[in-house]
Design a protein around this ligand. Structure first.
Ligand code: PLP
Length: 360
């Protein structure tokens, strides 16, 4: 059976062990005589799946009791609207623009209120994280919004911005569970799961309880009100049941691996291998400020578009897939999420060495 090393930014590689287990349980989930896809979301078996997933996530991230965990649909992009609809009491919010996803979120929020772009790195194609130590946080801002890891550009906030007491909202889609975080520092932490956790279609929202209110913007649909889903424990309507089941398996896998501290060490070791190679390479070059580098998404270029294309093509033939950079950056991008083994990065670096020798 031919599995490739899949460096896609998302949907992305999942742990082989999880896929095997899911395959084993496909026809008959634990003696129920049916697949999880065929089962009522109100059944006892499913209740255990979703409650177990939440309990394991809480344990992994150390989520405080005054936060709710919501398993929702609509991807990360739906949160771009749901956040202002639920949080913009003063119709004002501050956004830090570090890439396309933060930009899109700000544009969407603008439909509902005043958006203040209080910092940006767009002047240098989002290749760095702006200084956020003394931000001009707006007095009436309902929240300060960041995209913590920039999937497309390969930068990450190494420290959280000083929001001067305002609620911090963070899109962590592409760094979810890649390292420990202090949930108490955020009002909302959310992410689409298809980057680092599970199948597309599920978005996980971790939200402090005081932000869940009935006082939402007029016209906010029931389905886009956090309170609806918090009150119903993510079972207001049929949830993305199979996706949540796979997420639950990935949480169990992460616990077995040793938890988020161990994942961070593994991720640092993988990223170091690739960055160290890039830093001494005469052909390839990383595209972002070294201090702001992401552990998850590593963009790089040769400086020659034809050579980049040749690299992507030959890498694919060698079993290293989805290395083409995002269409807005060009070049290459290796996404090395939790489920990418060290051996995958070793294989990539060995291939890059060979390609450099042949093409320099
Ligand atoms: C992929 C991604 C999104 C968009 O996710 P969808 O689930 O496709 O809406 C948003 N933010 C970040 C950081 C992403 O990486």
């Amino acid at each position: 059976m031919g599995r490739v090393y899949n460096f896609s930014a998302g949907p992305a590689v999942l742990p082989e062990e999880v896929l095997r287990e899911a395959a084993d349980e496909m026809m008959d989930y634990q003696g129920t005589g049916m697949s999880v896809m065929e089962m009522s979301h109100r059944s006892k078996a499913y209740d255990e799946i979703i409650k177990g997933a939440e309990a394991d996530l809480r344990e992994l991230m150390g989520i405080p009791d005054n936060y709710k965990v919501l398993f929702l649909q609509g991807g990360a992009s739906q949160q771009f609207a749901m956040i202002p609809m639920n949080l913009m009491k003063n119709r004002s919010a501050d956004y830090i623009i570090t890439g396309q996803w933060a930009k899109k979120a700000a544009q969407e929020a603008e439909k509902y209120g005043k958006v203040n772009r209080i910092a940006s790195s767009e002047d240098q194609t989002f290749s760095y994280i702006p200084d956020c130590s003394d931000l001009p946080v707006s007095e009436d801002a309902d929240y300060v919004y960041i995209c913590e890891n920039n999937t497309i550009y390969g930068t990450k906030f190494q420290t959280l911005p000083d929001t001067k007491g305002k609620t911090l909202v963070a899109d962590v889609s592409s760094c979810f569970l890649s390292e420990p975080i202090d949930v108490a520092k955020y009002g909302i932490v959310y992410g689409g799961v298809q980057k680092n956790i599970g199948p597309a279609g599920v978005v996980i929202v971790i939200i402090r309880e005081d932000l869940i209110t009935e006082d939402v913007l007029p016209g906010t649909p029931t389905m886009l009100t956090y309170k609806t889903h918090a009150d119903a424990k993510s079972l207001y309507n049929t949830p993305p049941a199979y996706g949540i089941y796979i997420c639950g398996k990935v949480f169990k896998w992460l616990k077995k691996m040793g938890g988020l501290k161990v994942m961070k060490e593994r991720n640092e070791k993988k990223a170091k291998l690739l960055y160290d190679f890039l830093d001494q390479s005469k052909l390839f070059k990383g595209t972002v400020a070294a201090k702001d580098r992401s552990l998850m998404n590593v963009p790089f270029v040769t400086g020659d578009a034809d050579l980049d294309a040749k690299f992507v093509k030959e890498a694919k033939a060698a079993g290293l897939e989805n290395l083409k950079g995002h269409r807005s950056v060009g070049g290459m991008r290796a996404s090395i999420y939790n489920a990418m083994p060290y051996e995958g990065v070793e294989a990539l670096v060995a291939f890059m060495k060979k390609f450099e020798e042949e093409n320099l």
